[in-house]
Design a protein around this ligand. Sequence first.
Ligand code: ZN
Ligand code: ZN
Length: 356
Amino acid sequence: MNSLQKLQAKMAEAGVPGVLVSDIVNVGWMTGFSGSSGVVLATPDAARFLTDSRYTIQAGEEISVMPSYSFASPMSQTDFVAQHAREMGIERLGFEAENLTYSSFETWRDAMPGIEFVPLKNFVSPLRMVKTDDEVAKIRHACGISDAAFAHVKRLIQPGVTELDIAIELDFFMRRQGAGVAFETIVVSGNRSARPHGRASDKKLEPGDFVTMDFGARYQGYHSDMTRTIVVGEATDRHREVYGQVLKAQLAALEMMRPGVRARDVDARAREVFDEIGLAKYFGHGLGHGLGRLVHDTGRLASSSDDVLEPGQVWTVEPGVYIEGFGGVRIEDDVVVTQDGIEILNHTPKDLLILP
Ligand code: ZN
Ligand code: ZN
């Protein structure tokens, strides 16, 4: 089933006669459109992509699953959509409650007298969780680019090089491979590595620093997201102990991932491993998140999550320990759930790396 068919099947099952898809991430997922403005109007057996004249040519090139229409000034988007909704015979129109602001909702509603607006919560986005083979292939490709970027940047790591030098080199490498940068690359070293999402700074690497690098590539609309932590110069017993436990937590979590397992149990497994040596209190974030058209996509491996693993879902698995005044370690891989387990999409080794 393609994305549109998945949505239409859900609409038929839930008795929703029409949906206005306004979240551009969902619009891109359903149509293949890579532009930044457009909506989809869908009924259980028809769909139209509606955009403005800036995107007429692009939509014609990119979209084949449904007809596309565009409007030009002085027509307004709301009047244009209203006209198509009437043509499609829509009388009740579901909208994405998480995406539409209250003022946009009022504008839409006022433009479409006679159409009843129905808020839909978590209706379209969760459909993105299970990927097609084609989507997984794009994420796998993005992971290959981040693996290559890490192999490349490893050679640069030595005392005196700044965090920014490394971040820029990672970004430059990924772009040169034909990818985009998935998010602002994180490179934090020494004490600064205790900041899970610290910004790369002009701090120079020093012997004895942990260096955490968290980065990803965007390829044809899909992302990778990987983290590696290394030690500069020489590793102490404490470095080895903390790093070893983070790796152990990640391996234990990966080990139990298969269809039917609850996301919260995978998260709990990592915490259990940290608890063995009193590190659980330094692991403040969730174990992982869904990955796809967004870096932080639908789905959480966390204690509060109700998600259950299913074949085709793609997750990050990223335990971390952050000790103020000492440093932090995070190891992050991307995995796809298979029929009987997982496939790890990154191939960069995870044994403690001491550079140069
Ligand atoms: Zn990451
Ligand atoms: Zn992540």
